[in-house]
Design a protein around this ligand. Structure first.
Ligand SMILES: CC(C)(COP(=O)(O)OP(=O)(O)OC[C@H]1O[C@@H](n2cnc3c(N)ncnc32)[C@H](O)[C@@H]1OP(=O)(O)O)[C@@H](O)C(=O)NCCC(=O)NCCS
Length: 217
């Protein structure tokens, strides 16, 4: 396919790896950011052909073979560990990884945003926050000053993270949860929907409720 639309303006083509519901929001955000052409890759291809209006054109191995045909590549997989593995595969293959910041997100110029990050509409990231590679900042969440989010963290819609909070790699903060300032959350932690975190949480824990307490599972 030609890389030029009509006249001489080059079409920017983005590859998205992952074809679930999260990928629809990533693709939509990409369009809002000016990506004119979007192709989705998912390991369920060829049985999965379409993600909303966007075509699924191959699986991970097809993407790796065609990397040079894309101006940008991003992973859109909600599961933190799977996203981390796919991201590592793409980095190894020297893919042109991008981050996507929705035009209606407010990101401080004094924040640091890693590679492969998505920040959807309504997100606020305040000064001196550090967002690790592959993080998902979902719709309308806020990350306050001096927070440090590790690799492949997911902050769900509407979650509120107060200042100077550390969130370890692969942790998932549920929809509408709140985290008090200066809290340390370990790696691979799950914070349930609507929880209020007022104490530090160790690695690999699941906590729920107000105030958040460990869930025995
Ligand atoms: C915390 C969570 C991961 C637990 O899931 P799970 O392991 O499948 O647990 P279950 O649904 O079996 O619930 C186990 C118990 O915890 C309770 N529980 C589950 N989630 C809870 C929550 N968020 N707040 C309070 N209690 C909760 C259940 O009522 C149940 O209690 P019971 O044993 O007294 O009946 C999940 O409920 C959750 O909150 N996920 C976040 C969802 C989210 O943010 N989605 C956004 C996607 S972008």
């Amino acid at each position: 396919m030609s890389k030029f639309s009509g006249g001489s303006v080059p079409v920017k083509t983005l590859a998205i790896l992952g074809g679930g519901g999260h990928a629809k929001v990533v693709a939509d955000t990409a369009q809002c950011c000016g990506w004119q052409s979007i192709e989705i890759f998912d390991d369920r291809w060829p049985s999965l052909q379409l993600v909303g209006p966007w075509p699924v054109v191959g699986d991970t191995s097809d993407l790796l073979l065609r990397l040079q045909t894309f101006e940008g590549v991003i992973v859109a997989i909600g599961n933190n560990e799977t996203r981390r593995l796919k991201l590592a595969e793409l980095i190894k293959a020297q893919a042109p990884l991008i981050s996507l910041i929705h035009p209606a997100a407010t990101i401080s110029r004094h924040a640091s945003i890693g590679a492969g990050v998505v920040a959807f509409a309504g997100v606020v990231v305040n000064p001196c926050a550090t967002i690790g590679d592959g993080a998902i900042l979902n719709t309308g969440c806020s990350i306050d000053h001096d927070c440090v989010l590790g690799e492949c963290v997911h902050i769900s819609p509407g979650a509120r993270i107060a200042g100077s909070v550390n969130v370890g790699p692969l942790s998932w903060i549920g929809i509408g949860a709140s985290v008090k300032q200066l809290i340390n959350i370990g790696s691979n932690v799950t914070v349930g929907a609507g929880a209020a975190v007022v104490n530090d949480i160790g690695d690999d824990k699941t906590v729920v409720g107000v105030p958040a307490k460990a869930l025995d599972i």
